[in-house]
Design a protein around this ligand. Structure first.
Ligand code: DPP
Ligand code: ZN
Length: 888
């Protein structure tokens, strides 16, 4: 397979003005008639027409109604000697029932769905399948009426009626031009929750959420999330809903979370369906953000789209930023906002930082790819969102909104680049630091890797000054050995040793207003800042709110971290102080080599501080839950040069066990204090109470395991049985399973019996077991057994992920076995999945991205397992790209 390179971009040689599609839908053989009006792009040299196709059966090609001569070059259909404008008619067939890749037109539970991003449309018809070719679509759908009563496509329904032989039709016209990746159709037996809303300008819109008939009682939250999203985008950015009708449709077979097709969003059921009996608070919150995310794409993605797939973060980074802001703005108070921010940063640091340090590292705007599906990554999405957030920091919230307005005014209806976006934000704020630093700022788009900011503090008692010296660096990444300095906004404050926040007086800027938080914009490799009028050595609170996606090094003393943990008015850094303390203990234990099982792993000061947070009457439960959760094994591993996953696991487990035992009565207290009163409500405050109660139960069951006490496991089982919502029920089940208590088996069996008809709940059931602690080394055997369960299916991505990914990617203590059996099993699953669904396989293939950091014997065994996959002759280019890069 050949790499596609960004610098090779060339405008299309042809434009498609209109597309008129007619579908005769049949699972075994769907007929697609595609009539296009095409015209030569006179700005580029004359070239033949090359249309993309994939797994299509071609029956007929007509140019202006006449049989045309064409040839095939690989998967492309090529036509020479065409007039400057013409009508092209192409007739093809495809087989949706056999489409296990779930790209293009496929069947899920007897319903037709499409997925066209990034390059799925070419599996439906021959086309210029690239995002800079934008056309007007009209679509005629024809199918058997009783099997497929609902027929949907983008835009407005303009006509429908009956046809002979029990068939019917529906004709849809999309009023907006769009690239092919935003095309969608749905046909099947579905029902809809409907709501009519009136926009600010008085215009009416019809909102619909389509699901299978048994799921209608799980659509209220998605509908409310959509209504909130529409109102938010109008209020915050002045972006209204531009369609008469906006539809969301759920399918249980989907590679991704959801897809923003114009007017017809298609969702994984996981991000639509929720009621209190089946969905957890986390599910509710994810649904809100994903519904928001896809809706926000209606502008950032659909109205203004990407010129080419290297610009993917143009829409994804911006839209993740928008959905993160949306979720924060829905929070009732600053504490809930901070909790959301911490959760987002945790995802970035546990998933994106490792990606940026591994073989798949790529810039937010990549330079090349072999398979674009492999670049729907945390770098494009989450780091891309951080880049947009830094722009907002540099121009201010109002300035950023002005920039967004200018961006949409300038580029509406066009396919543009990341440069165009950054330019619009800067141009709307000509006096800003962003405008002054734009070329350097854009290194965030071109340079991969996580910058490191090493910081030292120096207190001068005579001058009463405090100076911070910063040194930034960035390690080499594949293909980029040298990095130029980044623009890094560092928000900081100073605390006195008693925890009081100090007013800042910047040396050299005596006129500036006295503030308590200051954003310093680093641009050089070495830089420093001095504060005047400081009476004693302060404790610096650096990178508040995680103001840039960097690693911050500062040699804090334990006492300083304890001061921050107890007092920092910035909740992010308050949480971060606790994480740093825990990380420090973990790393010193890991490297000490001392026996950790049953020993004291945490010092009294840390335990007391954790107790202080847990018992603090002024802190919210959600925040406490985050502070009391130790850094993940993945995050700890990232801080080490060489990783022995079993050692990391053992140390973290020992720390957990000690926190459980040492704080036993505090956990009991916290559990009782955080009981639900009244009706279930998934709002952040109540969800935080349930989260802390859940963490308390895990700790109480863990402590009981150590002491042999059976009271708490018994209470937990009772809670599992009596719970009024899925969050409490699942937390109780998790407490029993993760503490390895014998009662877990009984609870698991009961859980399956209650929810056997709820696919998303059964996913949780599989996932919890595949992710369970490996106390006797038997999780691999359990996972093998789960794959033989009648409810298991490799073809359903959610189910495959619930077992295989939960084991390989989320259970390091069980997966990294000294006998290599976990790796061998993983390589078999990658190979098996690759023949069914390359996108899912390639994602699984990344489970060993960080193999080169592993200690022996893991390192060699992991490499061998990757090589075993790479040696297969008929791999998809998706999986091949991942394993080739891993071995490079
Ligand atoms: N574009 C989709 C999303 O991220 C994923 N393909 O919303
Ligand atoms: Zn997106």
């Amino acid at each position: 397979p050949v790499a596609v390179r960004r610098e090779d971009y060339a405008a299309p040689a042809w434009w498609i003005d209109t597309v008129d599609l007619t579908f005769d839908l049949d699972p075994a053989k769907t007929r697609v008639l595609n009539r296009m009006r095409m015209r030569r792009n006179t700005d580029v040299p004359v070239q033949p027409l090359r249309l993309d196709g994939d797994e299509l059966n071609l029956a007929r090609v007509l140019v202006n109604g006449q049989g045309a001569s064409f040839r095939m070059e690989g998967d492309q259909l090529v036509i020479d000697a065409l007039p400057d404008a013409f009508e092209l008619e192409i007739f093809t067939t495809c087989c949706p029932a056999k489409n296990t890749k779930l790209m293009g037109l496929f069947v899920s539970e007897d319903t037709f769905f499409t997925q066209c991003e990034a390059e799925g449309f070419r599996r439906i018809t021959y086309f210029l399948d690239r995002p800079d070719v934008m056309a007007s679509y009209q679509v005629m759908l024809r199918a058997n009426r009783s099997a497929y009563p609902v027929l949907l496509s983008n835009g407005n329904l303009v006509e429908q009626g009956d046809l002979p032989e029990g068939r019917h039709y529906a004709k849809w016209v999309d009023p907006f031009k769009k690239p092919s990746y935003l095309f969608a159709l749905v046909a099947g037996k579905l029902v809809a929750r409907e709501q009519r809303i009136k926009a600010r300008n008085g215009k009416e819109h019809l909102l619909q959420v389509y699901v299978r008939s048994g799921d209608l009682d799980k659509t209220e939250h998605a509908m409310n999330s959509l209504i909130h999203s529409i109102a938010w985008d109008e209020a915050r950015f002045g972006l209204p809903l531009d369609l008469d009708r906006f539809m969301i449709v759920a399918t249980s077979d989907f590679n991704m979370g959801a897809m923003e097709n114009k007017g017809l969003n298609i969702f994984n059921t996981k991000y639509v369906l929720a009621n209190q009996a089946t969905a957890t608070d986390a599910d509710y919150s994810n649904i809100e953000s994903v519904v928001g995310h896809e809706y926000f794409h209606n502008w950032s993605g659909d109205r203004v789209t990407c010129r080419d797939w290297f610009q993917l973060s143009l829409k994804e980074g911006l839209t993740v930023f928008r959905d993160q802001e949306f979720s924060q703005d829905l929070c009732a108070d600053a504490s809930a906002r901070a909790v959301k921010r911490i959760e987002d940063v945790r995802v970035l640091r546990t998933s994106q930082f490792p990606e940026d340090a591994g073989p798949m590292a790529h810039p937010v705007r990549p330079d090349s790819y072999i398979e674009i599906s492999n670049f729907y990554t945390v770098t494009i999405y989450e780091k891309g969102a951080e880049v947009v957030r830094m722009m907002q920091t540099l121009v201010g919230r109002k300035g950023f909104a002005r920039g967004i307005t200018l961006y949409f005014e300038r580029h509406d209806g066009h396919a543009v680049t990341c440069d165009d976006f950054a330019q619009a934000i800067a141009d709307a704020n000509p006096e800003s630091e962003l405008a002054a630093l734009l070329p350097q700022f854009k290194r965030w788009y071109s340079q991969a890797g996580t910058p490191r900011v090493a910081t030292q503090g120096h207190y001068d008692a005579v001058a009463r000054t405090y100076t911070l010296n910063f040194t930034q660096s960035c390690a080499p990444t594949p293909g980029q050995s040298i990095k130029e300095p980044f623009v890094i906004p560092v928000t900081l404050g100073l605390l006195a040793q008693d925890g009081q926040e100090l007013t800042l007086h910047l040396a050299g800027d005596e006129d500036a207003d006295a503030v308590r938080s200051h954003t310093l914009v680093l641009t050089q490799q070495h830089e420093s800042v001095t504060f005047n009028g400081i009476d004693s050595e302060p404790v610096p609170s650096i990178l508040r709110g995680f103001s840039a996606p960097v690693r911050l090094d500062f040699e804090y003393t334990d006492a300083q971290l304890l001061t921050l943990l107890a007092n920092d008015p910035d909740p992010f850094n308050r949480w971060e102080a606790g994480q740093r303390l825990a990380l420090r203990s973990a790393i010193s234990l890991i490297t000490s080599g001392a026996d950790v099982v049953g020993t004291t792993t945490l010092n009294d000061a840390f335990v007391d501080a954790m107790r202080g947070v847990l018992r603090n009457p002024t802190l919210d439960s959600a925040f406490k839950e985050l502070v009391l959760t130790l850094p993940s094994e993945t995050y700890i591993a990232e801080q080490l040069e060489v990783v022995d996953p079993q050692r990391v696991h053992a140390v973290r487990e020992a720390m957990r066990a000690q926190l459980a035992t040492a704080l036993f009565s505090d956990w009991e207290w916290a559990y009782e204090q955080n009981q639900d009163t009244g009706a279930y409500n998934p709002d952040p405050l109540s969800a935080g109470r349930r989260a802390l109660a859940g963490l308390a139960l895990v700790n109480l069951c863990l402590a009981a395991r150590a002491s042999g006490d059976s009271v708490w496991p018994g209470k937990t089982l009772q809670r599992f049985k009596d719970a009024g919502n899925m969050t409490d029920r699942f937390n109780a089940l998790n407490a029993l399973v993760s503490s390895g208590h014998a009662l877990a088996q009984q609870a698991l069996a009961r859980f399956h019996a209650i929810f056997k008809n709820e696919a998303l709940v059964i996913d949780k059931w599989f996932s919890l077991q595949a992710g369970s602690p490996d106390r006797g080394g038997n999780v691999l055997a359990l996972v093998k057994q789960l794959m033989k369960h009648p409810d298991f299916s490799l073809k359903n991505p959610n189910r495959a992920r619930s077992v295989i990914f939960s084991y390989c990617s989320a259970n390091p203590g069980a997966f990294h076995r000294a006998d290599a059996a976990g790796y061998v099993w993983w390589s078999d699953r990658v190979i098996e999945l690759d023949a069914i669904n390359p996108q899912v396989a390639a994602r699984l293939a990344r489970a060993l991205d960080r193999w080169s950091k592993l200690a022996e014997p893991y390192r060699s065994a992991a490499r061998e397992a990757i090589a075993r996959i790479a040696a297969r002759p008929d791999l998809s280019k998706d999986t091949q790209e991942v394993v080739t890069r891993a071995l490079a």
